[in-house]
Design a protein around this ligand. Sequence first.
Ligand SMILES: NC(=O)c1ccc[n+]([C@@H]2O[C@H](COP(=O)([O-])OP(=O)(O)OC[C@H]3O[C@@H](n4cnc5c(N)ncnc54)[C@H](OP(=O)(O)O)[C@@H]3O)[C@@H](O)[C@H]2O)c1
Length: 326
Amino acid sequence: MGQTLGQVVDTVLDRSVVLGYSRIGSGLRAHWWPADAPPDALAGRRVLVTGATSGIGAAAVDGYLSLGATVHLLGRNAEKVAAAVAARHLGDRLVGEVCDVGDLDAVRRWAADFTGRVPELHAVLHNAGTMTGDRRETSAQGHELSLAVHVLGPHLLTGLLLPALRHAGDASVVWMSSGGMYGARLHADDEDDIEYRTGDYDGVRAYARTKRMQVVLAAAWAESLADSGVAVTSMHPGWSGTPGVVEHLPRFEKVARPLLRTAADAADTAIWLVATRPRSVAPHFWHDRAQRPVTFPGQRPPSPDAVQRLVDHVVEATGQPLVSGP
Ligand SMILES: NC(=O)c1ccc[n+]([C@@H]2O[C@H](COP(=O)([O-])OP(=O)(O)OC[C@H]3O[C@@H](n4cnc5c(N)ncnc54)[C@H](OP(=O)(O)O)[C@@H]3O)[C@@H](O)[C@H]2O)c1
């Protein structure tokens, strides 16, 4: 198929949502998307994956390992982490890490320990994800849980790991967002109810809001770190029938099951982004090895003022500035 026709079909898939996000999307796009990374693309490189005990994170771990990386597999549950490491029989090439990324104090403690052990890190995949129900839950520091796990924790972690990432020279930070973010506008600060304190709380909406924030924040980090050697992108994986989807969206999983991607398929772009470090332009949002718009036609993108207010809010809530410079 010619490139131009491929691009047209790709866009149609994207706009149709169901076709693009399902395994039909990746199955078709694999005919024309950019080439795989060479088999040893990540030999001698170190990659950290959060939320790596299950689903897409676990598949990403296997993808990075298969390209030769040493992988740090991070989860919040020590037993699950130990079991995931033991099951792969890889010796020093796979290291278990325990940290609740929604707990800012735990992130600070863990990052201090990690950077003491690992001075050079080539990539972080911010993959840990959660979905609350219809009751608002909070983190150890009292933040709405989706905000803490998807936004505040990864932001803080990015800042704390930056010296190790810079040391690596050509590093990557990838934020695993969701196509669900298209359904949410940006909630930027307290005036905009970023902590979801008002109205009927809905975990699916909280998820979508914070997935939108991830995309905006990743783009802000990318801009700050332009020319630093640390490439920052966000992405969405399409739809995959992972343990998280089975648990939190059982009806969706049942109806969509024949169309859902495998976890490996959903992790593909996260692996490819780290292994190939493609050229990326603002707003740095990827899906199926191509950059995608961050709004659907007719939707207004977040204003520069709202973006700045989100950054200011996250910086204040975490005490972690958006570091800039080469
Ligand atoms: N599956 C999809 O169709 C889909 C679609 C769009 C976006 N995504 C995104 O893809 C990512 C992975 O989702 P998944 O479907 O693979 O879900 P999953 O099977 O539920 O896996 C989520 C992982 O995150 C971990 N986790 C949750 N909270 C954590 C915390 N506070 N600290 C550290 N780890 C934590 C979980 O640990 P435990 O095992 O201990 O619970 C688990 O390992 C998420 O960011 C999700 O939003 C998925």
